[in-house]
Design a protein around this ligand. Structure first.
Ligand code: CA
Ligand code: CA
Length: 254
């Protein structure tokens, strides 16, 4: 009898676990551009000049399988500076773009010729002033003189208070690589944070977030799937241990 009870409790725990991990995944996906749908989001595109011609290298953007995930590939075509724009009103919505202060992303750089990746670097600019937006930027550098591809690196660029976005027509981050050596750039897990370091949800993700929160509340579990898993695992282990003790006791009594 006791064993059957323990089994039914364990089954309930597994069910709870499945619910929690699903809720956790939906919540995470709504705040991160992870490219897993295979599409280049509408708010990410190559910079152009006023006449519509490329501003810098006419690189081609696509989503590809790389390093075990789907990533945004910036495929340089000539030897100019690739300039990729992240348009904040499109990505987080017209009501939320003024909150955004920080962009964060994972980056890998590869020299497709097989030669070493060498020096790559540039600026991530944002602009309330100036057409090309690089004057207000934060510089980045990645060097690799042994391999053709660099290790994954997470880069983060934060605007100072006086450069916060105000005008929706000029509210963008612009990623640039000044290296003109034909390297391809791969980006993934793009996130935006407000001045207090909170993730700013992506546009169109509000409904997903609400659903995930509701599910999490119904299940009365901690916020993240990982935490839930740890707690349930501990409870499960404790129950199983007590089950073993009970079975042993029963045998002894016999
Ligand atoms: Ca990805
Ligand atoms: Ca290329």
């Amino acid at each position: 009898m006791k064993l059957r009870k323990i089994l039914s409790v364990c089954t309930s725990l597994v069910l709870l676990l499945v619910i929690c991990s699903k809720a956790g995944r939906a919540y995470a996906a709504s705040n991160v551009i992870d490219f897993e749908d295979g599409k280049v989001p509408e708010g990410i595109f190559m910079a152009t000049l006023e006449d519509g011609s490329p501003d810098g290298d006419p690189s081609i953007l696509s989503v590809v399988d790389y390093n075990g995930s789907k990533m945004l590939k910036i495929d340089t075509q000539e030897n100019g500076t690739p300039k990729v724009k992240f348009d904040m009103p499109t990505l987080v919505g017209a009501d939320a773009f003024t909150k955004v202060r920080t962009i964060e992303y994972d980056i890998i750089i590869e020299q497709p010729s097989g030669d070493v990746a060498g020096w790559n670097g540039g600026t991530v600019g944002a602009t309330p002033t100036g057409a090309s937006g690089w004057t207000n930027g934060t510089e980045w550098t990645i060097e690799e003189y042994n391999n053709s591809a660099t290790a994954v690196k997470t880069l983060k660029h934060t605007l100072t208070d006086d450069l916060a976005f105000t005008d929706s027509s000029k509210a963008f981050f612009m990623f640039m690589n000044w290296a003109n050596n034909g390297t391809d750039i791969y980006l993934d897990n793009i996130k935006f944070y407000d001045a207090d370091g909170n993730l700013v949800p992506l546009a169109g993700a509000v409904a997903d977030t609400a659903t995930a929160e509701a599910t999490a509340e119904t299940a009365t579990t901690p916020k993240t799937g990982v935490e839930s898993y740890a707690v349930l695992y501990l409870i499960g282990s404790a129950l199983m241990a007590s089950g073993i003790v009970a079975t042993k006791k029963h045998k002894n009594e016999k």
